[in-house]
Ligand binder design. Structure first.
Ligand code: 5GP
Ligand code: MN
Length: 338
């Protein structure tokens, strides 16, 4: 965060504010970790701060300090709306376009509070007074650490804050192995451990939480995997019927897309998940190397994200979506074979 922005934020925080902190829809470890970490920090400074998530978050995050205080907009609309209307400061974390909050978008667009964005996705839109955007960052949690550092307050990082920020850095870097993981990321993580982040316990709580439904869905997904050697691509489908048969619960499909990339020569992995409630196919894209799934998702499936991890959606059927996808690959053949 640059000095000018940190001065603006310092001066905003020098008086009491009513603060809401918003993660994106379908919040992941980084979204929940960064919003809760920031909430604890601001509350410890005597500020009035709440986290409002557009919808619920997965069970494997339901141990995080402060998670029980998160207001779920979808379940508690009037209460959440009251907070948004009264807010003087609105932090938006881990997303950079207001459409990423789904049905909360209108509510945020109508809000009077001053917006501060902290995010590491590509192509930020221009809705915030302070935009702290850096696509080279491993995670929004690393950026929240930088933000606290920029206002010279790392001594105020408590064990709760450290546990929250550690979680998001760990999940967004695939446990410190993606290319966005820098020596600086490790230094931040080292400091968080010094300040009380329980690294081993966090790893166990997030990753060793398999349930029968998750394992059955994983089995079904792996059986459905289609390998397109000509395009160094592997894709997986999960229909609503398959999810229902296996007792799907939120979070069960998290991370399954990555299996494709563990195959030799596969550099592009995709999962298509049917959601009949929303009438969409939710898509996750992952790549290894130079093939930009952010650009692919943006150009073809109303999505975006990062170079090597992005998401998107489609409102035609599952079969039509995969047909469309396979039909597109020839156009990208040089990049995929390069
Ligand atoms: P995931 O596949 O894990 O849902 O998301 C991968 C990355 O892409 C995340 O950083 C996420 O924020 C981003 N992403 C997922 N879905 C969408 C989408 O529909 N639109 C945009 N712009 N980004 C998305
Ligand atoms: Mn993130």
């Amino acid at each position: 965060m640059n000095i000018e922005d940190s001065k603006v934020v310092q001066s905003l925080l020098s008086s009491p504010q009513k603060i809401v902190i918003i993660p994106h829809k379908n919040p992941d470890g980084d979204a929940i970790g960064s919003t809760l970490g920031l909430m604890h920090y601001l509350k410890n400074r005597g500020q009035d701060a709440v986290v409002i998530a557009p919808n619920d978050f997965p069970k494997f995050l339901k141990w995080m300090p402060g998670q029980e205080e998160i207001i779920i907009f979808e379940n508690d609309k009037d209460f959440a709306q009251k907070h948004i209307t009264e807010a003087s400061l609105i932090f938006t974390l881990d997303f950079n376009h207001l459409s990423r909050v789904g049905f909360m978008q209108e509510s945020l667009e109508a809000a009077d509070g001053t917006f501060i964005m902290i995010d590491h996705h590509q192509a930020p839109s221009d809705y915030a007074k302070v935009t702290y955007s850096d696509v080279h960052m491993s995670s929004t949690c690393e950026m929240v650490y930088n933000f606290i550092e920029a206002i010279e307050d790392t001594s105020k990082i408590t064990a709760d804050i450290a546990n929250c920020l550690y979680t998001g850095i760990m999940t967004d870097t695939g446990s410190f192995k993606y290319s966005s993981t820098t020596s600086r990321t490790h230094r931040v993580v080292a400091d968080l451990i010094d300040k009380g982040a329980e690294n081993m316990a966090i790893h166990n709580k997030v990753f060793d939480t398999n349930s029968p439904s998750r394992l059955h869905i994983l089995g079904c997904a792996l059986k459905n995997m289609v390998i397109l050697e000509d395009y160094n691509t592997a894709y997986i489908t999960l229909s609503q019927e398959e999810l229902d048969e296996n007792g799907f619960k939120k979070g069960d499909t998290e991370g399954i897309v990555n299996y494709g990339l563990t195959l030799d020569n596969i550099i592009f992995a995709v999962i298509f998940i049917e959601n009949k409630d929303e009438g969409i196919i939710k898509i996750s894209f992952r790549s290894q190397g130079n093939f930009s799934v952010n650009e692919f998702a943006r150009a073809n499936f109303e999505g975006g994200g990062h170079d090597n991890a992005a998401g998107g959606k489609s409102d035609i059927s599952l079969q039509e979506t995969t047909d469309k996808f396979v039909g597109l690959l020839d156009k990208y053949k040089d990049q995929l074979k390069g």
